[in-house]
Write a protein that binds this ligand. Sequence first.
Ligand SMILES: [Zn+2]
Ligand SMILES: [Zn+2]
Length: 177
Amino acid sequence: MNCPSCDTTLEKALLANVEVDYCARCYGLWFEENELQWAKDSEDRDLRWLDIDLWKHPEQFRVDYDTKMCPKDRLPLYEVCYGDSVVKVDVCNICKGIWLDRGEFKEIIEYLKQKEQHEILHHYAKNALAEIWEVFSGPEMLKEELLDFFTILKLLKYKFATQHPVIAKAILSLPKL
Ligand SMILES: [Zn+2]
Ligand SMILES: [Zn+2]
C-alpha cells in the first residue's frame, strides 16, 4: 500500500497488538477497519466515553471530495469535517479505512482538551490499556503520547463504525463532479 499523500510505500507498526500503517516520509497514519478487533472489543461499545461531543451529532458532519486515494482500493477518499472543530479526517467509503495526515491526530487531542473531554477518554484508555504498561520500559513522556494515540485510535474506530451510515449518505448526496 502506498501513502495517499506522497505515494511512498507505507510501513507497518505494531503497538500493543494494534496494527497501524504509517508513512515514514510524511508521518501520516492509515487505520484499517478491523472487524475482528471490533468484535473482540464490542463489550466496550456502550461505555460512557462514547458520549463525548466529537462526532456525536450526525447533522454536524461535512463531507467533501478529496484529492487523496485510498491506499487499499486506489479510489478517492472523502474528506470528513465536524462541526466547529478543525478536525479533518479522510475516509474510504469502500473499505472504511481512515487516513490522518501528520498533525491531525494532535488536533483531535487539542479539540478534546478544549471541550474538556480529553480527561474522560484519557482515563478510559489508561484503564483499558493497563496491561500494556506492565511491559513498557520507555520514557514516561512517550507513554503519555502513546496513551493519547490509543485513545484516538479507539475513538476513531467506534465513532466511525457507528457513524459510517451517516457519512456514506453524505457521500451519496455530494454534487457530482
Ligand atoms: Zn506520505
Ligand atoms: Zn478503501
